[in-house]
Design a protein around this ligand. Structure first.
Ligand SMILES: C[S@@+](CC[C@H](N)C(=O)[O-])C[C@H]1O[C@@H](n2cnc3c(N)ncnc32)[C@H](O)[C@@H]1O
Length: 278
């Protein structure tokens, strides 16, 4: 499994990627959310997305201050370029929240994708409570395909319609980082293999899940601190996969060796027995 993480704006990187080269775009773009008013969106990502009382300081991230109209235009722009680089029948999965769900579905289709549905990510009852109201417990994965999906073979996996996983502090490396468990569930959509593209890869969680699943990965990230974290995490996943592969190969070799020894012993016994008969 290979990985490349570009420290550049994805709108510079995407035009350089070959057409029809990507199996799935799986990404978590900045939502430009975190408030109902335009002025709310101007605040830093740290103040918008960090709970009061949180002790861990994390670097602010880029591109989260667009108003509603420009968010829609910009999303359609990168989604159109993501469509070009994806192979026919490939898919795009992108995260959003309840405020941006409608504009995200519009932008996916404006970018040329066929809208296929929504997979809620249920953050469990550990999500931020809201007294006297419904707990804000879900974010949403909007997904679409580049043209028809085709008929899946009988051995294709059946994927869940809801992904339920809580955010664990030990597994969070970015203000808006997604649990690795969630990304592991999503990369299974690339069951035919190939390369996963995440144009907004942050701390590289999509890359970790892709590498673990035996897929290649290309990511883009604007903030250097997050590029460093993403590269480190992907390299660790790559090393762990190689070690597991080495272990499996050694185990297979040991089993094969034991089988060969057992077969040799059987042949020897047969020869002795045949010798006895004569
Ligand atoms: C919501 S975060 C992704 C977090 C990621 N899923 C994780 O688990 O760490 C979106 C990321 O996109 C980056 N970003 C914003 N605009 C970008 C652009 N135009 N090109 C590349 N990266 C961008 C931000 O700096 C941010 O780190």
């Amino acid at each position: 499994m290979t990985f490349t993480i570009h420290n550049r704006d994805c709108l510079q990187v995407l035009p350089e990627l070959a057409s029809d080269s990507i199996a799935a775009v799986i990404t978590d773009p900045p939502y430009s959310s975190g408030g109902a008013m335009r002025s709310d969106r101007m605040a830093s990502t740290g103040s918008k997305y960090t709970m009061g009382g949180t002790l861990t300081h994390r670097t602010d991230f880029a591109g989260d201050n667009r108003d509603q109209r420009s968010y829609g235009y910009w999303s359609a722009l990168w989604l159109g370029e993501a469509l070009r680089v994806t192979r026919p029948g490939g898919v795009c999965l992108l995260f959003t929240d309840w405020r941006q769900l409608a504009v995200t579905i519009d932008a996916l289709q404006a970018g040329g994708w066929i809208f296929r549905g929504i997979v809620p990510w249920d953050k469990t009852e550990s999500a931020r409570p809201d007294k006297g109201r419904f707990r804000n417990q879900c974010e949403y994965v909007v997904w679409g395909s580049k043209g028809p999906l085709g008929v899946a073979p009988s051995d294709a996996p059946c994927l869940p319609g809801v992904v339920r996983a809580r955010v664990l502090r030990s597994d969070k490396h970015h203000i808006a980082g997604k649990p690795t468990e969630v990304m592991r569930a999503l990369v299974r959509i690339a069951w035919q293999g190939g390369t996963i593209l995440d144009p907004f890869c942050g701390s590289g969680t999509t890359g970790v899940a892709a590498i673990e699943a035996g897929l290649d990965f290309v990511g883009c990230e604007a903030v250097p601190e997050y590029v460093a974290i993403a590269r480190e995490r992907c390299a660790a996943a790559q090393e762990a996969a190689a070690a597991a592969q080495g272990g499996a190969t050694a185990q297979t070799a040991a089993v094969e060796g034991a089988t060969a020894a057992a077969q040799a012993e059987v042949s020897r016994q047969v020869l002795i027995w045949q010798g006895d008969e004569r």
